[in-house]
Ligand binder design. Structure first.
Ligand code: FAD
Length: 542
């Protein structure tokens, strides 16, 4: 689609003329010179959308009201994927019967991006702040930000996906233009520079992010720039430690791949993972943290009171202490339709905050482990049916007995062995799944698919002195099996003194953005305590 001079800002409004008038006036006065403000009744919407599509317009924002409005917004997602969709509610409306529930359900299913409180007066800055947030997000999705980039690649090519992932991780707004499958992918930057199939480090460097790594001495090296590493960087640098942060990719880690983090404290309408990562990155940078992106740590060597981190670029950094914030990777399910519907009914990891919103719905959980079992039990309190899909013959080999017993007693849960998801269908939200079962293929209606097929940490490169549990996670503090010194370990210290673990990679950690950020801060507090000691004088346990 070509970008029009003024992207439409669309309001579907069937309400009384006064409320409609105030809305139109507020939008027109504040945004009218940059956006085409269009108000229409529900009955006119189809024609308005057809016209916008025919003119190649990217709708910036669509606002609608009520249950029917939420359904209209859900339908728009497929046709105008970069439009940000807001459900209009009246001031104090969330306390009214049904409104709060509608907001919860609509957001959980990905029908809407935000709720928007109608303006109550002229210059209603609460209303305008929400509209500005939606416009900013829509601009980012359209790739029209100040530092935008254009990916020219075949839609489904892996290299196109890789380039988009690098740009997203760096917080660079971008758009994709389709190309022939045979043509090499390329990226055009805002300054006109064209990069042909660039490697991640080349692209990262071209965008002005720090990738040059010189051998140097730091007080603290943080490995991993997900929420835990970013938090360690903010606290380390702000508290006077010379801090270097290495990441194999960009910033944000798993959180960076989350379109909306809804349970992070202080962001009631949610926050894009990329946005959170960019804010934390800037914060750490402003405190003086040195970021070196696209460098994978490949070895960790204890050398007296120094810890040497070697990287795949052949450069090593020496530090007095190291925080390992390596995270985990959730295993992805590979079937047509799943990627498009991620966040709109398809969820990775236990998105338990969605459970209440799935009341009365048909929910599918993929996975036979304890996390899948716990998720199914929690969901069954709300959903009308929860079906657990497992590849094997049942749950006995993979799930704890107590969970299996509870699941067997729950009338809302059904276990479907030897069943796989082969496709997901839906227009803007998940509507149906295609399943391969022992009795043949079947299509089933579904409102949500929760995928819990395991996550794994990448800790195999660490030296033997850094103890790991049977799944590769890093025990710290009291959980360490073999501690070498007489002094007790600090709470987030691994079995190699001076090396700390934070976030998802830590054994028995809570896999959440907030806990990762919290443990990154705590790890720095431990680093200070550690550096206050004199390592050379520590007696080694005999
Ligand atoms: C799709 C999705 C949605 C989610 N939604 C939510 C949500 O809504 N709310 C919530 O609370 N949680 C959510 N989570 C979980 C949350 O994102 C994680 O708990 C959190 O990101 C963990 O942070 P972390 O810093 O420990 O690890 P990660 O975010 O995994 O970051 C680890 C970083 O370390 C880097 N790294 C790994 N190994 C090396 C190495 N050897 N050298 C250099 N760098 C390395 C990686 O490149 C990565 O950037 C979601 C997770 C996913 C996948």
């Amino acid at each position: 689609m070509t970008s029009p001079a003024r992207p439409p800002l669309l309001v579907v409004a069937d309400d009384d003329p006064d409320a409609r008038g105030l809305m139109e006036e507020e939008l027109q006065r504040r945004y009218g010179s940059d956006y085409a403000i269009r108000l229409c009744a529900t009955a006119e919407l189809e024609a308005v959308l057809d016209e916008a599509a025919a003119d190649g317009e990217d709708i910036a924002i669509a606002l609608a009201e009520g249950k029917d409005g939420a359904a209209l917004l859900a339908e728009m997602r497929g046709r105008f994927p970069t439009a940000r969709r807001g459900l209009l509610i009246p001031w104090l409306g969330w306390s009214r019967c049904g409104v709060g529930e509608l907001v919860l359900r609509s957001m959980a299913r990905g029908w809407i991006d935000l709720y928007v409180i109608r303006p109550t007066r002229r210059r209603d800055e609460v209303f305008h702040r929400t509209i500005s947030e939606l416009l900013q997000e829509s601009e980012r999705l359209r790739g029209e930000g100040p530092a935008g980039a254009t990916v020219v690649a075949h839609g489904s090519s892996a290299s196109g996906h890789r380039l988009r992932a690098t740009l997203s991780g760096l917080g660079i707004p971008h758009r994709t233009i389709g190309a022939d499958a045979e043509a090499p992918p390329a990226v055009t930057l805002a300054n006109g520079q064209v990069l042909s199939d660039p490697a991640p480090d080349e692209l990262t460097r071209a965008l002005g992010f720090p990738t040059e790594l010189d051998p140097h001495d730091a007080d603290l090296v943080v490995v991993g720039a997900g929420p835990a590493g970013l938090s360690a960087a903010v606290y380390g640098a702000s508290e006077g430690l010379r801090t270097t942060v290495l990441d194999a990719g960009a910033v944000g880690g798993q959180a960076g791949s989350s379109s909306l983090i809804r349970n992070y404290l202080g962001f009631p309408r949610g926050l894009g993972g990329g946005e959170l990562a960019q804010r934390a990155y800037q914060q750490a940078w402003l405190f003086g943290a040195q970021f070196r992106l696209t460098h994978r740590a490949t070895a960790l060597e204890p050398l007296d009171d120094r810890r040497i981190v070697h990287t795949d670029s052949g450069v090593a950094v020496a530090a007095r202490a190291v925080v390992l914030a390596l995270g985990v990777e959730y295993r992805r399910l590979d079937a047509p339709g799943l990627t498009e519907l991620e966040g709109a009914g398809v969820f990775y990891g236990a998105s338990m905050s969605e459970a209440q919103a799935l009341a009365g719905e048909r929910v599918y959980v993929v996975g036979g482990g304890n996390s899948a079992g716990q998720a199914a039990l929690h969901l069954a309190r709300y959903a009308c049916t929860v079906r657990i899909l497992v590849r094997g013959d049942g749950l006995a080999a993979t799930m704890s007995r107590y969970l299996i017993d509870t699941i067997e007693k729950d009338p809302n849960i059904e276990v479907r062995p030897r069943t796989q998801v082969v496709a997901a269908r839906g227009d803007g939200r998940l509507e149906a799944l295609e399943l391969r079962t022992p009795n043949g293929d079947e299509t089933v209606p579904a409102a949500a698919l929760i995928v819990l097929i395991g996550a794994h940490p990448h800790t195999e490169w660490l030296p033997g002195e850094v103890g790991r549990d049977e799944w590769g996670y890093l025990p710290t503090g009291p959980d360490i099996a073999d501690w070498p010194l007489e002094r007790p370990p600090f709470s987030l210290e691994t079995s190699l003194p001076g090396v700390f673990a934070a976030g998802d990679v830590r054994a028995r950690s809570v896999k959440r953005v907030a806990s990762a950020a919290g443990s990154g801060a705590l790890a720095v507090s431990d680093v200070h305590s550690y550096l206050a000691l004199e390592p050379a004088r520590w007696p080694v346990r005999g």
